[in-house]
Ligand binder design. Sequence first.
Ligand code: ZN
Ligand code: FE
Length: 251
Amino acid sequence: MFEVSFIPAFKDNYIWLLTRGKRAFVVDPGDSAPVCQRLETDGLTLEGILITHHHADHQGGIAELKGRWQTEVYAPANESITGCTRPLSGGERIDVLGQMVEVMAVPGHTSGHIAYYAPGAIFCGDTLFGAGCGRLFEGTPEQMSASLDSIAALPGETRVYCAHEYTEMNLRFALAVEPENMALQARVANVAALRAAGLPSVPSLLAEEKATNPFLRCSEAAVIEAGLQHAAVNREKAEIFKAIRGWRNNF
Ligand code: ZN
Ligand code: FE
């Protein structure tokens, strides 16, 4: 299995760096400068770029990286991606530094959004965040709810490598949804301590997300109640999800 570390970019993006010896892949390089610097400092050869969706903060660095390294670019087939060499739509298996990685279609934030899963790790872009989820720019609540279901079905020990440091802000909202959730209260304290020490709050474990992330808890009584108080017209999971997501947009 490859090793994973992060390259900070912009205000709150994480570009994930996968390495095996001196061979490297990066996930969602929105900016090339910090990536080039890290690859050169560590003497790494870039072999592949994994893209989750088309937004500029995830693909803006591709052109420069391709100019410097002979690298494959794996990306959603139905989105406009600079220099894509391996179009993907979900269901494929790809080789990442000798590790088999499954491609999952997770539409919602964008219509072609994909995630990359290997046992123990998911690179989910802007689909699932620490204690939150991406905004619905292109997809429907039903699509996003189904995408989150497919992630939630993975093993609890899966690390969630999302693309932004949004956890603290998301936790404030999660606490408004479920003030009585004790796992959530504990996470608020843990994340506050990490951030105060200048450390990232991600990756989290999927089990922790399932216990504290309101968007993965739309079948829990407390979240259903909260959804019904915020415009949900019935108790169906996607309807509760839609109401909670709508509330979050104006929080
Ligand atoms: Zn995005
Ligand atoms: Fe983003």
